[in-house]
Design a protein around this ligand. Structure first.
Ligand code: AGP
Length: 604
């Protein structure tokens, strides 16, 4: 999704902005641009396509120490040079980059057009530039404040004014803005990835805050000009973590990082003495946790699917009714929030707009919501009362892989913790704890078989459609497997509960529609065999992901090691991730930045 970077200091801004934009490429975008103060006014360069295409348009010698940059993911208006940010007013005195959506843009734009303002783009952002330029206040920050008080919607913005060449104004409402504090230089960005190369000292803006940055300092106030007390925090991220190292793609690197990532998620959280887990950040006393009668997971996309699996794990271990719901569906159905329901917001980025809105809906109605988040200090993490961080390290590829499996690991820990306070015996707790300890090593064994999965990925790459089926946990694995395949390879992949196949979808099973069957070694193996036979009878090729040999013959069989039954999804997903990756490579897809997708969906 859109990305913002801004710099004010003593160095040449242009290469810093371009590098910052490169760091934001992983978020997904379709055009890029920068604006820099130079002698004689603002210089603006932008282009549809990749950052390198915009960079090709930059003059060799563009000097200026104050500038802003943007990667755009189209919302209002198609991807084009004209719609790329920064946007300026008619005199090119004001330049604005913006993440989010201005909801009352239509009415405000119509009024300006009626008064004779000519717009050069279809975006809602250009409106901001015209409105700020029309303000008559003495300072840029006052003019921006005045405009932002009149707009509704979500925004993170950065603004330059040719009449105030020493400063940048940034503001936030619903879309993240973080200020980076370096030596004699200040940065702003929508994502710490753009800053981490220069500084680890940051200040997060809260909604309704606006800041003025110069080379000598920054000041944060509210839109009503009340000073905000901000304490810088230190981000524990290494610039190298945003590097592909020797891997061809971030997706592949992150798939192979999973054993280490899961080991980090587990570190210090297992309590062998009592066969339980230790979770410091929940901020709820054990006795208070026990009063909850239900648990609900909220998230979007893969985070929602992880919630589906998490709900099954916790329900089985803690014998508390649990379910999961897509966050956007939840927030728009005026949900009944019960005091004895515990909500978990699941999000790797901690910035997904719909998940945040669901959290706020729960909190507004007096409910308790905890975060299962990867990005430390992200908006959802800060909004929740407490929670559990994944510690997976930054995930750069648009598709979730390591954060998905680390989320499952966290749910296993929560289930173990709650279960041991209820009916799970010490022996049963120990069985899960021992399986968790062994998990990273088992994951590594599966990943070491990449060649086997690559061959399968290539073999299935020519199909246009695929079904993924499973029962219970297997169905949730099928959902995530199908999502991975469609995201990166653009093969149409649909997940169905295996039991539902004969209620309709079987009509589409032919020799041209393979089915990927998830067959854990549980008490439903026979039922799954019956479904596989039905598919074979219609000439449908079957690829089975199982935990041992199967009594029926299938086109392809991938066997993963036995583990605790609740952890089987972790091992079964590894081949599915690599199959999706290699199918995408065979189809020459842009694996790390799939078309139309964004890493962090910060708009509705
Ligand atoms: C997963 O591969 C996706 N790209 C997507 O579904 C993602 O999980 C979803 O947008 C939620 O993101 P979050 O975890 O950052 O909230």
């Amino acid at each position: 999704m859109c990305g913002i970077v801004a710099y004010v200091g003593r160095q040449n801004a242009m290469p810093i902005l371009v590098e910052g934009l490169r760091r934001l490429e992983y978020r997904g975008y379709d055009s890029a641009g920068i604006a820099v103060h130079r002698a004689g006014g603002l210089a603006v360069f932008k282009a549809k396509g990749k950052v390198r295409e915009m960079e090709a348009r930059l003059p060799a010698r563009l000097k200026g120490t104050v500038g802003i940059g943007h990667t755009r993911w189209a919302t209002h208006g198609e991807p084009s040079d004209e719609n790329a940010h920064p946007h300026t007013d008619s005199s090119e005195r004001i330049a604005v980059v913006h993440n989010g959506i201005i909801e009352n843009a239509g009415a405000l734009r119509a009024k300006l057009e009626a008064d004779g303002t000519e717009f050069t783009s279809e975006t809602d952002t250009e409106l901001l530039a015209h409105l700020i330029a029309a303000e008559k206040g003495d300072s840029l920050i006052d003019n921006v404040r005045s405009v932002l008080r009149r707009v509704s919607g979500a925004y993170g913005v950065a603004v330059l004014d040719g009449d105030h060449p020493e400063e940048i104004v940034v503001a936030r409402n619903g879309s993240p803005v973080v200020i980076g504090i370096a030596d004699k230089a200040f940065f702003a960005a929508s994502d710490v990835a753009a800053l981490v190369r220069h500084t680890q000292q940051v200040v997060y803006l809260d909604d309704g805050e606006i800041a003025r940055l110069t080379k000598d300092g920054y000041e944060v106030t509210t839109l009503d000009a009340v000073p905000s007390e901000k304490t810088p925090s230190t981000i524990e991220l290494d610039d190298m973590e945003f590097d592909k190292a020797d891997f061809a793609h971030f997706m592949l690197k992150e798939i192979h990082e999973q054993p280490d990532a899961v080991a980090r998620t587990l570190r210090g959280r297992l309590e062998p003495r009592f066969s339980t887990a230790r979770l410091g950040g929940l901020n709820i006393e054990a006795k208070d946790l026990l009063r909850f009668k239900r648990i609900k997971m909220l998230g979007c996309g893969s985070a929602y699917i992880a919630g589906v699996l998490g709900a099954k794990m916790i329900e089985r271990l803690a014998r508390i009714p649990c379910d999961a719901e897509p966050a956007a569906e939840f927030r728009y159905r005026n949900p009944i929030i019960e005091q004895d329901t515990l909500y978990f917001a699941v999000s790797q980025s901690g910035e997904t707009f719909d998940t945040l809105a669901a959290v706020e809906e729960v909190q507004r109605k007096g409910g308790t919501v905890l975060g299962i988040i990867n990005s430390v200090g992200s908006t959802i993490a800060r909004t929740c009362k407490g929670g559990v961080y994944l510690h997976a390290g930054p995930e750069v590829a648009v598709v979730s892989t390591k954060t998905f499996l680390c989320t499952l690991t966290v749910f296993a820990l929560i289930g173990l913790y709650l279960g041991r306070m209820k009916d799970v015996s010490p022996a049963e707790g120990k069985r899960l704890l021992t399986a968790l300890e062994a998990l990273p090593e088992q994951m590594q064994q599966v990943l070491d078989r990449e060649d086997e999965f690559a061959e399968v990925g290539r073999k299935y790459a020519h199909y246009d459609h695929a079904y993924f089926i499973g029962r219970n946990e297997g169905f949730a694995v099928a959902m995530e497997g199908a999502l991975k395949l469609k995201e990166v390879s653009y093969i149409h992949a649909e997940a169905y509960p295996a039991s539902e196949l004969k209620h309709g979808p079987l009509a589409l099973v032919t020799a041209q529609t393979p089915t990927i069957a998830i067959v854990p070694n549980d008490d439903l193996v026979e039922k799954n065999m019956a479904t596989i036979e039905e598919i074979k009878a219609r000439q449908g090729p079957v690829l089975a992901i199982a935990q041992g040999e199967l009594p029926v013959e299938v086109e392809d069989l991938i066997v993963v090691p036995e583990t605790h039954e609740l952890l089987a999804p972790v091992l079964m997903l590894l081949p599915l991730q690599l199959i999706a990756y290699h199918a995408a490579l065979a189809r020459e897809c842009d694996v790390d930045q799939p078309r139309n997708l964004a890493k962090s969906v910060t708009v509705e």
